[in-house]
Design a binder for this molecule. Structure first.
Ligand SMILES: [Mn+2]
Length: 319
């Protein structure tokens, strides 16, 4: 403990205690963590808004579960792996959001991904509501390769412009499906969307894996089937894909979802099947004001760290 004032032992507020990066071009990061404090895609007041506070909620809470992650790493007892040891993670701050300026904000989100890719890092984004995933994925438009897209979600988010709203947190998959460089799309955990939306998604070639299939077949069999290691996969994790009891702070809690253990195993097997060929990740839909004892923020932080850790582990194995 410092016995002087000011006490510089007060932890910096960055994702996982990572270094705050102001000049991306001068860095050689493995992972660039980006906050997107955007909640204007939410059907408030029917659905609780407040996801703009999610990035700082994750910045505030990790110190209780991560200790010097870059030095001693993150030990995962289930795999007996020490993850993220020596991995270079930077917090590049938040995208500036101008209230009411939808396309301007979406362009900033897209351009942030492009800047991260240009710097040779993998974008790891903390939302925000789920509408941000469309501009995030759009950031890969000039990469010259095709990507697959997989998301964990209680909802398909394949809506057909409800209430004449084109870019909301129920339509981002609709837009992503239209991107010419996006090949296969898979959703895991979908359970609360209309029959018409399920039908439309299936007709659009989206592979839908309900929780019952995760229960019956297990994470490994599913991921070996839907993931192609020869094509980079972008991963989006809407925390409401997990059962409501694990994510009390989400905006749209849905019963009947994955357990935390299932979600964790799905990330492990996803990275195993992809051999670490994951080109980007986002985690979305926490409203911190709804959270209970930071459970959801801590869970989201842990899953994000595991995602990076498993990716690096399997990438190194296949190198
Ligand atoms: Mn969603």
């Amino acid at each position: 403990m410092a016995d002087t004032i000011p006490n510089f032992y007060a932890p910096p507020r960055t994702f996982m205690g990572a270094e705050r990066i102001t000049d991306l071009s001068a860095q050689t990061l493995d992972y660039a963590m980006l906050g997107v404090p955007f909640a204007e895609g939410t059907f408030a007041p029917h659905i609780q808004s407040g996801q703009a506070d999610m990035p700082n909620a994750l910045r505030d809470n990790p110190p209780t579960i991560f200790f010097d992650i870059g030095d001693v790493g993150l030990y995962d007892v289930d795999t007996d792996l020490t993850l993220l040891q020596g991995t270079k993670i930077g917090d590049i701050g938040d995208v500036v959001i101008s209230p009411g300026e939808g396309e301007l904000n979406r362009n900033r989100i897209t351009n942030s991904v492009k800047a991260v890719l240009k710097a040779g890092a993998v974008p790891i984004t903390v939302g925000g509501d789920h509408s941000i995933t469309y501009p995030l994925v759009r950031g890969f438009e000039n990469c010259g390769y095709k990507i697959d897209f997989i998301y964990f979600d209680a909802h398909l988010d394949f809506a057909d412009m409800p209430l004449e709203s084109e870019f909301n947190h129920g339509t981002q998959t609709t837009h992503i499906r239209r991107l010419p460089f996006v090949r296969n799309i898979t959703v895991i955990g979908a359970r609360n969307s209309t029959a018409a939306e399920f039908k439309r998604a299936k007709q659009a070639g989206i592979r839908i894996v309900p929780v019952s299939e995760v229960d019956a077949r297990g994470a490994e069999a599913i991921m070996q089937e839907v993931i192609d290691a020869s094509v980079p996969t972008y991963v989006s994790l809407d925390i409401d894909g997990m059962d409501a009891i694990y994510v009390p702070g989400t905006t749209h809690p849905e019963s009947g979802g994955m357990t935390f253990k299932q979600q964790k195993e799905l990330l492990l097997e996803l990275n195993r099947a992809a051999k670490g060929n994951i080109c980007g990740f986002d985690i979305v839909e926490l409203c911190p004001a709804n959270d209970v004892n930071h459970i959801t923020a801590l869970t989201a932080s842990k899953l994000t760290a595991l995602m990076m850790g498993y990716r690096t582990h399997f990438l190194n194995l296949s190198a």
